[in-house]
Write a protein that binds this ligand. Structure first.
Ligand SMILES: Cc1cc2nc3c(=O)[nH]c(=O)nc-3n(C[C@H](O)[C@H](O)[C@H](O)COP(=O)(O)O)c2cc1C
Length: 440
């Protein structure tokens, strides 16, 4: 792609997308480090590396089941390491908080599966351990299997999941603020550790939850972890506009769609009485540094394609393997999972794009932004795209078949170029994730 000419001025934020699962299983080379991924060592190295590159945060996605979304069996998931094994990312970020000092650490937990008290206490604890660097990616879960592991007969429909999520966040917020500022006095002379007059029951009784409170954990440095969310449907956008401080969006549809999403969210925020300044909108994008060749598709092996299809089948809640890969996905397919992802595959189908190509577009980046290429081109195009969209940054994903060399290409080659262009930070001005996220 020829370089576009952009006027660049604004700094933007960077996050790195990861998963507490075997790294680079599908990479063609460099597989050795995957063997003891569960020890946290691989992610500790990654976290230090991401911190050296001055990213705002390292983000961990999560799901809670072994998928049977391929012909009713777990075989495809397990053989291809699609959604299992995957360990708990909240435990991982506790560990990572001890091996980093400035990097924000965001992990995912589901409002459909967790009880709010457990979650509020857990994140309060992690925020303390990390000295204020914790974030919570609020998801409602989109896989049937997760629901079966937590007592549901079926995953509740999306609207119901968001209803529960609204009440959940309201309860969690009340718990996090159930200790007033100054409640902990530690007055040895009077024999008072915590002033009982400043700690309050919340006595919440709602449709989904009954919680007395207060929280029994120590008020953490940020009080409330940074609340992140990634809902693309109208209901998801409303939820995010009302609650989130960080929205993780996609780059699907290119710059026009990214700008439209940002405007839409800002409009919704105003409806809920919030200023657009109270939320950062960051776009998750695959980035792949190559020595010039931009033809990633020809490097995708059958096993990688199965993996891409399988992951998306589980997210969407449809067995994609039953459809013709070389035809557009039929219009009448319905699902109970990630509806916005299904919609974008159908949108592509309407333009004559086959299921195979749609999945490759989503997994490798359809490169409308120019994020496959040399480090120079990628840095230039990321900065240009951000200037055209208006903010607030990118969450960088190594592509499906990325190995350590590719990760290093991003952190050691693309990021320094962004820093030299003056659009990425070269140091941390704040101590907490929230301070850094809202520093500019
Ligand atoms: C960058 C990004 C990260 C996401 N991470 C997760 C995740 O870790 N776990 C999960 O269940 N869903 C995840 N999702 C899905 C969203 O949380 C959301 O459930 C999904 O988009 C469905 O909601 P919607 O139909 O409103 O879009 C992610 C989505 C995006 C764009």
């Amino acid at each position: 792609m020829p370089r576009r000419t952009w006027l660049m001025s604004r700094m933007f934020h960077l996050g790195f997308f990861s998963s507490f699962s075997p790294p680079a299983w599908h990479a063609a080379t460099d597989r050795a480090h995957g063997e003891d991924w569960w020890s946290g060592d691989y992610h500790a190295r990654l976290a230090r590396h991401v911190e050296e590159a001055c990213f705002d945060f390292l983000f961990f996605e999560d799901t809670s089941g072994v998928s049977r979304m391929f012909g009713g069996s777990m075989d495809t998931d397990l053989k291809n390491s699609l959604s299992a094994p995957k360990n708990d990312p909240v435990a991982l970020i506790s560990y990572l908080s001890a091996v980093t000092t400035r990097l924000g650490l965001i992990s995912t937990a589901s409002t459909t599966l967790y009880p709010p008290y457990l979650l509020a206490r857990l994140y309060s604890t992690v925020d303390g351990l990390s000295r204020g660097r914790a974030g919570w990616n609020i998801v409602t879960s989109s896989e049937e299997e997760s629901a079966h592991n937590y007592g549901y007969e079926a995953l509740p429909p999306p609207g119901e999941r968001y209803d529960r999520a609204e009440e959940f966040v309201d309860v969690a917020r009340q718990l996090w603020t159930s200790w007033e500022e100054g409640a902990v006095v530690r007055d040895h002379d009077r024999g008072i550790h915590t002033d009982p007059a400043k700690v309050h029951e919340i006595n919440h009784v709602g449709k989904h939850f009954k919680v007395r409170g207060p929280l029994n954990s120590f008020p953490s440095p940020q009080r409330v972890p940074v609340l992140a969310q990634a809902g693309g449907s109208p209901r998801g956008r409303d939820f995010a506009a009302r609650n989130a401080e960080l929205i993780m969006a996609t780059t699907i549809g290119g710059i026009d769609a990214m700008r439209a999403f940002r405007e839409d969210i800002h409009g919704r925020m105003k409806t809920f009485g919030r200023s657009p300044d109270e939320c950062r909108i960051m776009y998750a994008t695959h980035v792949h540094v190559t020595d010039g060749s931009r033809d990633l598709r020809s490097t995708v092996t059958d096993s990688q394609l199965v993996s891409m299809l399988g992951k998306h089948a589980a997210h969407i809640g449809v067995d994609l393997f039953q459809y013709d890969l070389d035809a557009p996905l039929p219009e009448d397919v319905v699902a109970n999972g990630t509806t916005s992802m299904l919609d974008s595959i159908k949108d592509k189908g309407r333009q004559g794009i086959t299921l195979r190509e749609a999945i490759l577009d989503i997994c490798l980046g359809d490169d409308e932004l120019g994020v496959v290429g040399t480090a120079d081109d990628i840095a230039h195009n990321l900065a240009g795209a951000m200037e055209a969209v208006g903010g607030d940054g990118f969450i960088i994903m190594a592509t499906q078949n990325a190995n350590e060399e590719h990760v290093s290409g991003i952190l050691d080659e693309v990021v320094p170029r962004l820093q030299r262009m003056g659009v990425a930070r070269t140091g941390y001005s704040g101590a907490t994730l929230r301070e850094n996220l809202f520093a500019f």
